[in-house]
Each structure stands twice: as C-alpha cells, then as structure tokens.
Ligand binder design. Structure first.
Ligand SMILES: [Zn+2]
Length: 279
C-alpha cells in the first residue's frame, strides 16, 4: 500500500490577527498603524519550504492580500496552493450567515485581485466552524468552496466527536470536503499535534511518531503553522493570559523544530491528497 499524502498548511496572516484580544489597538481600524511583519516572515517560511521541497496550501487573510499582492504572488509562484482565511479574521460563530458570506466574498475578491487562481478552499480563523456555526458549511458551498479546513477535533475550539481525518459533509448547497488538523491522545486528552502550540510543545520526534501512526493506518496527517511563528523579533503586546500562551508560548527554537519535521516526513498540498470518498 502506498503511503497517504500528508498535508502542510499555512494560515497567512499578520502577528496582530488575534481573535478577541479585547485590545483596542488590535481592532481592524487600527491594523494599518501596526508594524507589518507578514512580508518578512512569509519569505522566511517560503525559503524553509523550498529547502524541504514541500508545496503547501496557504490560507490567506484577504486584508493581507489587499496590501501585499507581492507576497501572494511569491506564494503562488513557488507552486503553493491558495485558499481563503476570511477577510477580517473574525470568528465565524460571532457572525450571522449574511455577514459571513459578505466577508468571504470580500476575501475572494481580494485574493483574485492579488493574482491568486480561483479559490475553492477555506479555513476559518481560530477553528471557528464548530457546533455553534455549522450553518457556515452550506454558506461556503454556496460560494463555490469545495474544501473546508476549519473544524478541529479538540475540545477547546471544536469537539472531540468530530472526525479526525478528511471526510465529506453534505450540505443543502452541495458536498464539502472537511480536512481536520492532526491530533493525538495524550495525558487522557485530545491534543493538537503539529499545529499551533502543539508544534511548540511536542518534540519533533513525537510529532513524527504521530504522523507515522496515522500513515500506517492509511490516513494523512495535516499540519499547519503561521508565518508569525517564525518571526526572529516578534512585536509584543500584552494579551489576556489564555491568548498570551497560544500566541507566544515557546516560540524559541520553533524554526529548528519545524525544519526537523519537514526533513523526516513528506508533505504536499490539499489538492494533492487522494480524493476522499463516503460521507
Ligand atoms: Zn488565523
């Protein structure tokens, strides 16, 4: 049996795209006044992926695409696939269906204007398609999205009941392939593995073991990172404790650990995955 194609994904956003920070200085109307780091950090990431011969799927915030068409072009020209990470990086369950579709359309227009190929993939900010916002899957399908990667099978942001591997969800507007991020059972909890603080907390060896176990079961592993995690000099703001942890915990050595994971497992784009069958 050939090994399944693992997937590497990136949420391409600025360091200040933090949901619900409660900080006035991080509200969208102030974003243009904050120091931009997305050009530098995305280019660091592109170099890292290039050295590892990895082509990935980049979910790009539309607001970033509006201001950094050259970054979108660099991602596209390196052979990576481009999806939407919304326009203003708001949690889906805090919007209604009309506001969600308006934001999605704005992001798709911004990505097209920046030179991306027609977008059919989406990831919500902060894994915010969950039991509070399942209506969003139909809205995505109605807007031409065929792949969603927004539902995390962990308790904090999603549900441990969600399937852990790619599967098809049927909506009234058509089917949508859901591509969840890799998790593992550890310390009697379901933990992120190879994404967010999961990549910072676990050793590369542990992550590679989890990937290998999934692959031996015939299943792909889906990893994801943010360019700001590679920032050698991240701008600092005082965040509430929970966000402080998610955003800044153990960023030191991140590039080294990521390089180790990329070196010892193979990854591709979502579009390179074997098509998923069944529901
Ligand atoms: Zn995000």
């Amino acid at each position: 049996m050939s090994r399944p194609q693992n997937v590497f994904t990136v949420d391409l956003e600025e360091w200040f795209h933090i949901c619900a920070s409660g900080l006035a200085e991080l509200r969208p109307e102030n974003w243009d006044r904050l120091p931009s780091r997305v050009d530098l950090t995305t280019r660091l990431l592109l170099d890292l992926l290039d050295a590892a011969h990895v082509r990935a799927t980049f979910f790009v915030v539309g607001w970033v695409a509006e201001r950094h068409a050259d970054v979108v072009a660099a991602v596209r020209d390196a052979g990576h696939e481009i999806g939407s990470h919304s326009h203003l990086h708001r949690r889906v369950y805090e919007l209604d269906a009309v506001a969600f579709r308006t934001d999605l359309r704005t992001s798709l227009r911004a990505l097209a204007d920046a030179g991306a190929a027609p977008v059919t993939m989406f990831r919500a900010p902060e894994w915010s398609i969950n039991d509070r916002s399942l209506w969003a899957l139909e809205a995505l399908a109605a807007e031409g999205i065929r792949v969603d990667a927004s539902m995390a099978p962990v308790k904090l942001v999603g549900s441990v009941r969600y399937p852990r591997y790619p599967h098809i969800r049927i909506t009234d507007a058509g089917p949508i392939t859901e591509v969840p991020p890799l998790v593992a059972d550890r310390f009697r909890h379901v933990m992120p593995m190879g994404w967010g603080w999961g990549l910072r907390m676990s050793s590369p060896r542990r992550i590679l073991q989890t990937i290998d176990a999934a692959n031996r079961a015939g299943l792909p592993a889906v990893l994801t990172i943010h360019p700001w995690e590679l920032d050698p000099r991240p701008p600092r703001v005082r965040l509430p404790a929970r966000l402080q942890f998610a955003h800044y915990f153990r960023l030191g050595g991140f590039t080294h650990r990521l390089r180790e994971v990329l070196r010892h497992a193979s990854f591709g784009r979502i579009g390179d995955m074997t098509p998923v069958s069944g529901t």
